[in-house]
Design a protein around this ligand. Structure first.
Ligand code: NAD
Ligand code: MG
Length: 396
């Protein structure tokens, strides 16, 4: 059998590492032909030693130069490219079958879009791409006959709980009433609200159940992550906001559920480890060994569920409203969130002010209807500028 040729975008990150771990267990099945990251060239060097890809792409030129030199010294033939254009080039290269889209933030949209337009199979972790460009993105997926498999654990769970021939344009034909996204509630589910201003980046990044990159960890702590996932679920599964519910489930064992017309709830359960959804998507429709510890139900003992507290987590409400508004609004939400989270991580903005910055940015930009990827990227840029203005006032 010919091996499936993978390009892994965001290879130095948390999803990148889990993907390489699963891939390394199946050398007969996968060939890593390209690895891409922004700056951490030493992480790519390690992966180049192990997987010998044909290309490595780095966003930053100085990092690319350092990797090039290190590979040359070790006699590794991987070619090093740099910059955004090279990233898109790799994503649509004829020698790539499958693209793992695991760059964080809006930066992941252009290369993922390039992969869609080239008809690649796509394993999607970069939820921001769908938040920014959902409608256009899914149209392009259909137009180019793309196989799109979700890596986000909730969406992967829902995918697994839906019939294999499910069509997002006709959810009612499949008896789907609602989908229910579970959320751990993050590290501050029970912390007193009065102390939210004092939350440090280190506290926000210490997620109780998952180990993830810093941006998504903060998003989990504000629950913006769940809000982005509601929008992601809308585009992937074709249900309106009122048929997508969020339930707090602190154990992170039930990864999400589908409710059917007849009253059935189908869930996917497992140890919280991203290698499970990654292995599922890599192997689909077959099941691959993922190196994940089996879930011991007796040790878990109990599963708790509760409604989310929107006073504690206003970002979740902002995301639902943005989905309802549609057009450019989710892109503005995403951009403002990225700016606010970066400022929080730099110690320039209080944790409790993240939703305020997003809301003020949303108020400054009227809703527009994007017709193209260029439109979406322009709204993204504009929203970042506005969010920086809001931030400047906020910290003044
Ligand atoms: P991370 O911060 O650990 O890794 C991010 C990766 O993106 C790195 O390889 C980095 O080099 C690359 N990157 C960042 N900016 C870039 C740019 N401008 N150009 C090129 N590459 C760039 O993040 P992560 O936790 O692995 O998350 C990646 C994506 O997957 C996010 O969209 C996140 O929401 C999603 N996701 C992550 C998890 C998880 O468990 N970590 C779960 C579900 C979804
Ligand atoms: Mg998730």
């Amino acid at each position: 059998m010919k091996r499936e040729r993978l390009a892994i975008l965001g290879a130095s990150g948390s999803i990148g590492a889990s993907t390489l771990d699963v891939v390394s267990r199946h050398p007969e099945r996968f060939e890593v032909v390209a690895l891409a990251a922004q700056r951490r060239w030493n992480v790519l060097l390690e992966a180049c030693r192990k997987f010998r890809p044909r290309w490595a792409v780095l966003g930053e030129a100085s990092a690319a130069a350092a990797l090039r030199e290190a590979l040359r010294r070790e006699g590794i033939a991987t070619e090093v490219e740099e910059g955004e254009a090279a990233l898109a080039e790799i994503a649509r290269h004829p020698e790539v079958d499958t693209v793992v889209a695991a760059i964080v933030g809006a930066a992941g949209l252009p290369p993922t879009w390039a992969a869609v337009c080239a008809g690649k199979k796509i394993l999607l972790a970069n939820k921001e791409a769908l938040v920014l460009a959902g409608g256009l993105f899914m149209e392009a997926v259909d137009r180019h006959g793309v196989r799109l498999l979700p890596l986000d654990s909730e969406h992967n769970a829902i995918f697994q709980a839906l019939p294999t021939d499910y069509d997002r344009n006709r959810p009612d034909d499949f008896g789907v009433r609602r989908i229910i996204l579970t959320a751990s509630g993050g590290p501050f589910r029970e912390r007193s609200l009065e102390t939210f201003a004092a939350i440090t980046p280190q506290e926000a990044c210490a997620h109780p159940n998952w180990s993830m990159g810093r941006k998504i960890s903060v998003d989990s702590a504000t629950m913006m992550n769940k809000g982005l996932e509601v929008i992601e679920a809308h585009w992937l599964f074709g249900l309106p906001p009122e048929r997508i519910e969020v339930v707090i489930h602190p154990q992170s064992v039930v990864h999400s559920l589908v409710e059917y017309r007849d009253g059935s709830l189908l869930a996917q359960l497992g140890t919280p480890d991203m290698r499970t959804p990654i292995a599922h998507a890599l192997g689909f429709p077959q099941r691959l060994e993922a190196g994940v510890r089996p879930l011991d139900l007796v040790r878990v003992g109990r599963l708790d569920f509760a409604a989310p507290d929107l006073r504690r987590f206003p970002c979740l409400r902002l995301a639902y409203d943005a989905l309802e508004a549609g057009g450019s609004v989710p892109a503005v939400l995403n951009a403002a969130n990225e700016v606010a989270v970066a400022a929080f991580l730099q110690g320039r903005l209080g944790f409790d002010r993240i939703p305020a910055v997003i809301e003020a940015t949303l108020e400054r930009l009227p809703r527009q209807e994007p017709d193209s990827l260029e439109d979406v990227l322009a709204y993204d840029r504009l929203a970042r500028e506005r969010a920086q203005d809001v931030l400047a006032q906020e910290v003044a």
